[in-house]
Design a protein around this ligand. Structure first.
Ligand code: PLP
Length: 406
């Protein structure tokens, strides 16, 4: 390469760096930045209440804070074992056996990751050959789109209907010879749907009949309402060697910033996931892994209280949104209300901007949960203190005043 000394003149100036980069194709060109996280930035800029991004504004359990501080004071500052600290993998195995009815070897079948976000990405990179198809129920958590792009998967979307039923014929029609995986998320973000045993049995049969892997994101497994039970598709007969179950500490223990999650899969799948995980991140934060062991030692009452607290919060926001003119249903699980905004006469993005700028409440435009559509939807989270939700409801009530004044 021809080089010049700094400051020396050249007869033909080198092209600007930006033009070089702008002409080089990149897989990053095929998706946009996260709309959810963009809404958080807008909420901060406009001093709005952030009901866009699903993170709690209340503290995590004291036991976790104490354990994290103890780990730091004990100088647990160096890399943990790449696939997770031994005590954490053992504690996850015990908890999953108890709650999910599935049995995984801590030695060979559990990988601790940087949140379920990394678990999903590492799983897809581990099993997808570029051009493979993945079935994605729609609407879907927005990360699954870029995950598919990055791994080279071709998404085939199947609808979750407005009444939350699944359309079995559409699922059957979406399966082709190229199908490699089905991405499940139950309890579901954004719809709040909890897949029933019959629906999961149907999806398990599809996986078995067509030799497809289920990658199942169960991050909201403890946030369930009205007596609903969580069922892991990996617990169905014939699914143990074709399911990757993804979990996380983020939502269950209100520590979304700790970045600790996990992938559970049989030995062969795990061997591949661990290789990808190793070179993506090396490992999750060591002191926080120790604190997550303390999380898994919390009593059963913790989980009952968590669900009861979220039940109260969902009703506060539901009532506030209904009073302000939003059409919505109470969710079956998770901590979102997926509203219909058709009667406000604005598109999802215009309305989301209006709400954050003029009303002081941030929500996520529905279109970020669809490959095509969703413009009549907005998603609100209720993972906030009761007073934050009540404040948001008061602000949203201004929509009525504006409506009656016009
Ligand atoms: N999966 C779903 C369905 C989510 O809603 C979220 C966060 O909102 C995540 C994954 C991210 O989880 P984590 O913090 O474990 O990476």
């Amino acid at each position: 390469m021809k080089q010049t000394q700094p400051g020396a003149s050249t007869q033909t100036p080198a092209p600007a760096r930006s033009s070089f980069f702008s002409t080089q194709p990149s897989r990053a060109d095929h998706f946009t930045e996260s709309v959810i996280r963009e809404m958080t930035r807008l909420a901060i800029a406009h001093n709005a209440i952030n009901l866009a991004q699903g993170f709690p504004d209340f503290p995590c359990p004291g036991e976790l804070k104490t354990a994290a501080c103890t780990a730091l004071h004990a100088d647990l500052n160096q890399y943990a074992i790449t696939w997770g600290a031994t005590d954490l993998r053992e504690a996850i195995a015990a908890r999953v056996a108890h709650y999910n009815g599935m049995h995984f070897s801590p030695e060979t079948e559990i990988t601790v990751t940087c949140g379920s976000t990394e678990a999903m990405m590492a799983s897809m990179l581990a099993i997808i050959h570029p051009g493979d198809e993945v079935i994605v129920p729609e609407p879907f958590y927005e990360n699954y789109g870029p995950d598919a792009q990055i791994s080279g998967a071709v998404p085939r979307y199947v609808p979750i209907r407005d009444d939350l039923a699944i359309d079995e014929e559409a699922w059957k029609a979406a399966i082709t010879k190229k199908s490699r995986a089905i991405i499940l998320n139950s309890p579901n973000n954004p719809t709040g749907k909890v897949f029933s045993k019959a629906e999961l049995a149907f999806i398990a049969d599809l996986c078995i009949d067509h030799d497809v892997v289920a990658i199942t994101d169960e991050i909201y497994e403890h946030i369930l309402y009205d007596g609903r039970q969580h069922i892991s598709i990996g617990s169905f007969d014939g699914m143990d060697d074709r399911t990757i179950t993804i979990g996380s500490f983020s939502k269950t223990y209100s520590v979304t910033g700790w970045r600790v999650g996990y992938a559970l899969a049989d030995e062969q799948l795990t061997a591949r996931i661990r290789k990808i995980h190793d070179f993506l991140t090396v490992g999750a934060p060591a002191p926080l892994q120790r604190a997550c062991v303390a999380a898994l030692a919390l009593p059963e009452t913790y989980y009952r209280d968590l669900a009861a607290d979220y039940d109260r919060k969902r009703k506060i926001l539901f009532n506030g949104l209904r009073r302000a003119g939003f059409a919505c249903q109470l969710p079956e699980g998770a901590y979102y209300l997926f509203t219909d905004i058709a009667n406000f006469g604005m598109s999802d993005t215009a309305f989301a901007r209006f709400l954050v700028e003029k009303i002081g409440v941030a929500a996520v435009p529905g279109s970020s949960f669809y490959h095509d559509g969703g413009e009549t939807r907005l998603r609100f989270t209720f993972s906030k203190k009761d007073e934050t939700l009540l404040d948001a409801c008061n602000r949203l009530a201004k929509l009525n005043e504006m409506g009656s004044a016009s």
